[in-house]
Structure formats: C-alpha cells, structure tokens
Design a protein around this ligand. Structure first.
Ligand SMILES: [Zn+2]
Length: 175
C-alpha cells in the first residue's frame, strides 16, 4: 500500500520526529532536523490487453479484494522499472505467455481499492511465445470471447474492454 502522510512519524534519514509544514503548496511531513520532506507518491500498475482469434486473455485473481473475479494481466511497476517491462513481466508471471507490446491503449487514474494502484497504464500486446499456465497472483488464465466474459474485478477492466477491444461491437448490453 502506498505510504500516506499520516503514516509518517519519523524521518527515515535521521529518525527525528517529523512535523507538518506547508511545502510545495500543501502540508507535508517535514524533518526539522535534516530538512527531509515526505512526498506521497502514486502507486503505478501496468496491464496488457491481449487478443487472439477473437478472444481476450484474462486471469482470475487469487488475492482479495475481488478474489475469484477476472481481470487483465497486470501488476505493480517496481521502482526503476519501465512500465512496459512490468506489463510483459506480469503477463508472463500470471499467464505463462510471452507478449510483445504494440502500443499504449490508455492510462486510467483512480484507486479502486485500498491496496490498488493510483494509475494503471494499459498496453496492447500480442503473444509471441510461451504456454498458457496461470501463476503468481492468478490461479487461472484463459481466453474469453468478448460476448462471453466472466465476472470482472475492476471498473477499469470493464472500461478498457468496452472501449478498446477489437470486438467491442459484440459486447452484450448487460456488460
Ligand atoms: Zn531527518
């Protein structure tokens, strides 16, 4: 979970108790001893929309919230990591499939649950190798026709599929 200002009590550099001061336009925890300022940074995730033979690649979540519901292969971007590399890595970990990315589809802002991302960068990908096998944060990985989707975990997943799937015209009214 991203560290919030109210969770910061001591300076990580010199261990002095922090105080709240207005810095760069808003109140932030500041170390009165060494001048360290806490900036709350967004958590960033990367996801990939992979379509093949008219179907979309989805994974079933192992973790709460939304355990057992389906979403696009996705995960957090590590510090220093290229989000494109994160999308490729997460897809491989969760589905066993190696993908090549063919562009950014969208960037969505807004955390959908407490441990979720603040931003998700969505890529389009194509399978270039590997064998379909669920792993990591997913206990199932499968291809679904766009008019036969399982229950989806996230609003952003629904949004991306509705807006960016190549087969969007087939999406049922209930979607
Ligand atoms: Zn300090």
């Amino acid at each position: 979970m991203p560290m919030r200002a109210e969770d910061v009590h001591y300076c990580p550099r010199c261990a002095a108790p922090v105080v709240l001061q207005v810095k760069f336009g808003r109140e932030r925890p500041v170390c009165p001893s060494c001048g360290w300022i806490f900036f709350a940074d967004p958590k960033v995730a990367a996801a990939v929309l992979v379509e093949q033979d008219g179907k979309v690649l989805l994974v079933r979540r192992v973790n709460e919230p939304f355990r057992g519901l389906w979403t696009l292969p996705a995960g957090f971007v590590n510090a220093e990591e290229d989000p494109a590399e994160a999308a490729i890595r997460e897809c491989l970990e969760e589905t066993g499939l190696e993908v090549t990315l063919c562009g950014i589809l969208d960037i969505r802002h807004g955390r959908e649950h407490e441990r979720g991302a603040d931003f998700v960068i969505f890529y389009r990908g194509q399978v270039r190798g590997g064998l379909l096998r669920a792993g990591d944060d997913a206990d199932a990985a499968a291809w679904f026709a766009i008019n036969g989707l399982p229950e989806l975990a996230f609003q952003s997943t629904r949004y991306i599929l509705a807006r960016h799937s190549s087969h969007v015209e087939n999406i049922s009214k209930s979607f």
